[in-house]
Design a protein around this ligand. Structure first.
Ligand code: AP5
Ligand code: MG
Length: 220
């Protein structure tokens, strides 16, 4: 484990739905003392609280579509402004389109900040589908489980806070298939965007969670 005393930078976890972004982001944020910002979690919170943002986002999420850039970009910028500027952050699920990536770079530049590395957790559609069909997560703390690979100790109960587990509405097989299609069409171009600025680092997301974690930690 790396002992963290100074800010090590700002990072993006990128990869298809089910590649393990949330699983790894939680561990990395703890281990490296990074602020974890998950756009999916922000939307799910807004949906649960029935806020105007949540009501707008819900229809896109349940259809497996991306929430429009003009909704998500201001939301992320507002969150980033709330962070202590001496604190490194880890974005999980953002950016996912070229306009999102370009605007993020421009926004951070104005604050003399930048994205230092983009960690691409890669996995095939087959692997992602199988994982998402077996996923559950805690309704309170958001801890992520998998019936096949990371089951809770007690069925449907969170190991960490004992709250009930739930299945995400967008993990229905038809929605999962659409989310993967959207990833290949709209998000995959980011690979070239970040490769061209030498910020992209590839990780084999098909390995077990511990191996993936060690690879990511070494890269950071
Ligand atoms: P979001 O919540 O970000 O969903 P996603 O990108 O589709 O990714 P997931 O959260 O489903 O998967 P993950 O990679 O985090 O995998 P996890 O660690 O859970 O976004 C949801 C929606 O919000 C979007 O569809 C869109 O509508 C909207 N949205 C969000 N951001 C947006 C943006 N920037 N622009 C526009 N719209 C946006 O792991 C999955 C399962 O696998 C778990 O069961 C886990 O236990 C298991 N697992 C993890 N790693 C491993 C491993 N190495 N081996 C075995 N099992 C593993
Ligand atoms: Mg996630």
């Amino acid at each position: 484990m790396i002992e963290q005393t100074t800010m090590i930078g700002n990072f993006v976890l990128f990869g298809p739905p089910g590649s393990g972004k949330g699983t790894q982001a939680t561990r990395l944020a703890q281990s490296l003392q990074l602020e974890h910002l998950s756009t999916g979690d922000l939307f799910r919170q807004a949906v649960q609280n029935k806020t105007p943002l949540g009501l707008k986002a819900k229809e896109y999420m349940n259809a497996g579509k991306l929430v429009p850039d003009d909704v998500i970009i201001p939301m992320v910028e507002e969150r980033l402004l709330q962070l202590d500027s001496s604190q490194g952050f880890l974005l999980d699920g953002f950016p996912r389109t070229i306009p999102q990536a370009e605007q993020l770079d421009q926004f951070l530049k104005k604050q003399n900040r930048s994205i230092n590395k983009v960690l691409w957790i890669d996995a095939t559609d087959e692997i992602c589908i199988e994982r998402l069909c077996n996923r559950s997560s805690c309704s309170q703390c958001g801890a992520i489980y998998n019936a096949m690979t990371q089951p809770p100790k007690q069925e449907n109960i969170c190991d960490q806070c004992q709250s009930p587990l739930r299945v995400r509405d967008d993990d229905k097989s038809k929605t999962v298939a659409h989310r993967l299609k959207v990833y290949r069409q709209e998000s995959a171009p980011l690979v070239e965007y970040y490769k061209s600025s030498h910020r992209l680092f590839w990780v084999d997301g098909s390995k077990n969670p511990e191996i993936v974690f060690k690879s990511l930690e070494n890269m950071l």
